[in-house]
Design a protein around this ligand. Structure first.
Ligand SMILES: [Zn+2]
Length: 319
């Protein structure tokens, strides 16, 4: 995949461009224009931007490196290097979601000696991490305890960067954690009434969410996000579905769902007549810059995910 690798070369060139920019040669727009702060925080992808927004209130400037393209598809953009050059904090997920792919290099090339670089996912209590096939699952922002713990880390990082407003960050973080926990509590009850909680997940993103709501992810459509399963794997997936009888298969707004459509059709028309509901679950790996302005983006999206899953799973409806 040469296209994916070529950003390394661009990054080296951009290091030079950034230096030239500081010398006054660049006319590119300041990425921090219109932002509040300091503190100025760059995050790798949308959920972290939303958490920072909630903890920082209107006080903190935040830029998300990934917006319309998620961390599995990062492509180098010179504005990212510019944003980091004058940032205070660089907050990323880690666990090989974003760090090995691009944030380690961006950090190394930032030319910003004051920049504090934190991998929030890696600082979680190991008890909160799910290991699968020897590797830690990085999709921690889809779990409630994991998200709350990351919000606490953000609170502490902001308090350290801007101690004059530490109390404010503490209050904001506590209020946001309450809302995260409330959402979880109210939905955990609703899921208890579902009689079949087996699902097939589109990409391998749902383990933390599944754990919170006692869902059973019996298979994953795309092992490598964006790469459709071949005929052999599709056969395997069909066999797993026939054997385990899941109620639903998830699709994601970031990826083409054609492969799921034909999978669902094949099972419905086959002799087993297995009816799989197709359900949209957004793993929140992307968001437009416009969506990220809404402080309730994360909570609203999670609620929509949970509503969609509840709707798709059979059982007593208690809505
Ligand atoms: Zn993912």
């Amino acid at each position: 995949m040469p296209a994916r690798r070529s950003w390394w070369a661009a990054l080296a060139a951009a290091g030079l461009a950034t230096v030239l920019g500081l010398a006054g040669c660049s006319t590119a727009e300041d990425p921090w224009k219109g932002q509040t702060g300091p503190p100025r925080v760059v995050v790798s992808f949308p959920p972290l931007a939303n958490f920072v927004k909630n903890v920082g209130g209107g006080r903190v400037g935040v830029i998300s490196i990934c917006t319309d393209k998620g961390p599995h598809e990062y492509e180098y953009n010179v504005q990212d290097a510019r944003a980091l050059r004058s940032a205070d904090l660089f907050l990323v997920n880690g666990l090989e979601l974003d760090d090995k792919r691009f944030t380690n290099q961006l950090h190394e090339n930032s030319g910003n000696a004051k920049l504090v670089y934190l991998k929030l996912g890696e600082k979680l209590d190991p008890k909160l991490l799910i290991k699968e096939g020897g590797e830690l699952d990085p999709h921690v922002w889809l779990g409630v305890d994991q998200s709350c713990a990351m919000v606490e880390q953000i609170r502490d990082a902001l308090a350290k960067a801007d101690s004059a407003h530490a109390e404010e960050y503490k209050k904001n973080a506590a209020a946001f954690i309450d809302r995260l926990k409330d959402l979880h509590r109210s939905y955990a009850q609703k899921f208890d009434a579902r009689t079949n909680r087996k699902v097939i997940s589109f990409h391998d993103s749902m383990r933390y969410l599944a754990k919170d709501y006692d869902l059973d992810v019996v298979a994953v459509m795309e092992l490598d996000p964006g790469e459709d399963p071949g005929p052999g794997r599709l056969r395997e997936l069909r066999n797993t579905a026939k054997e385990k009888r899941p109620a639903a298969v998830t699709v994601e707004p970031q990826y083409n769902e054609k492969v799921v459509d034909s999978f669902v059709k094949d099972l419905a028309e086959g002799k087993d007549k297995l009816e799989l509901k197709k359900v949209m679950v957004d793993p929140l790996e992307t968001a437009s810059a416009e969506e990220l302005k809404d402080p309730d983006w994360y909570l609203n999206k999670m609620q929509a995910n949970l509503d969609a899953l509840l709707e798709a799973l059979p059982g007593k409806s208690d809505k």
